[in-house]
Write a new protein. Structure first.
Ligand SMILES: [Zn+2]
Length: 113
């Protein structure tokens, strides 16, 4: 499972950061997950609950914020949401597009004490 590797390495980073800041308990973690990242929030949540057991992140709120996939058209200069992984411009039907968002996959914030 793709999500296991992602969440486990994210958790390692979180725990290292927590140690650096001398936290003894992590309360809340937010992650940004783009629609095109291929990671499923439910699966990530499941992996996190298991992987965090026995660590200072156990029982923390793991909040996944999904990021909509968007692209901008190279011809008519508009920004539009990408549907079904196909960045086709809804205005001109062009394929000369630049993906702006949707591939995010990172820990955004962490809180603890
Ligand atoms: Zn266009």
């Amino acid at each position: 499972m793709h999500e296991a590797a992602i969440v486990e390495s994210a958790l390692e980073l979180i725990l290292a950061k927590a140690e650096e800041h001398q936290l003894t308990k992590i309360r809340r973690i937010t992650a940004k997950v783009g629609e095109l990242s291929g990671a499923l929030p439910d699966a990530m949540q499941f992996v996190f609950q298991n992987a965090s057991q026995g660590t200072i992140a156990e029982g923390s709120d793991f909040i996944i914020e999904q990021v909509e996939a968007t692209a901008s058209c190279g011809s008519c200069d508009i920004t539009f949401p990408i549907l079904y992984y196909h960045p086709v411009c809804p205005s001109c039907g062009g394929l000369d597009n630049q993906v702006l968002t949707g591939y995010e996959l990172y820990i955004d914030t962490m809180e603890g004490d």
